[in-house]
Write a new protein. Structure first.
Length: 179
């Protein structure tokens, strides 16, 4: 329930009611409401879960997984190490060649290709790419990382490791030339 296909599959946070429903659905022969709630409360009390916000009238407490929270902290720390003035633009010609290759080989959609073009030709120190599960973020980031490699820029690739599969899984930070 706490893994990539669990409570954080579509959102970085969840509530007690969000935890109760999948527990009830996983009990093959059913169970009493009090038992299901007890299991949910045990889950929320484990060391793998972090409470983010206390409950308020009409609003349940918000939780996330410690793993996801750690991944998000790593992302913020990496972003803070990137100087705002670090140029990282790759030539449009190089980007087009890479986009064409990845479109043929991996089937990048026009939207994914546009995302690669925007990220690779931007002179900002940080770019973010978001999308729904299975929308092609990993394929887009692979093309982007290749463009950075051609541009001799360092890409700190994340997503294939521990954070993969969670909402914040696919990210790539650029540290700039020679870093």
């Amino acid at each position: 329930m706490l893994g990539p296909a669990g409570l954080t599959a579509r959102s970085t946070t969840f509530t007690r009611p969000d935890a109760i429903m999948p527990i009830a659905e996983r009990l093959p022969h059913g169970a009493s409401a009090s038992y299901v709630v007890e299991i949910a409360d045990r889950l929320l009390a484990t060391s793998a879960v972090e409470r983010l916000e206390e409950a308020t009238p009409g609003r349940p407490a918000a939780y996330t997984t410690r793993k996801l929270l750690r991944c998000e902290h790593e992302l913020v720390a990496t972003a803070q190490r990137i100087p705002e003035t670090t140029p990282r633009a790759v030539s449009a010609r190089t980007v087009e060649r890479i986009v064409e290759t990845h479109t043929r080989r991996d089937g990048l959609t026009s939207e994914q290709a546009d995302a690669v073009r925007i990220l690779a030709t931007s002179e900002r120190g940080l770019g973010l790419l978001g999308g729904a599960a299975r929308s092609g973020k990993t394929s887009s980031l692979a093309a982007f990382a290749e463009a950075l490699d051609y541009g001799r820029l360092h890409a700190d690739r994340r997503g294939a490791g521990e954070c993969r599969g969670d909402v914040s899984a696919n990210w790539l930070a650029v540290a700039g030339p020679g870093n």
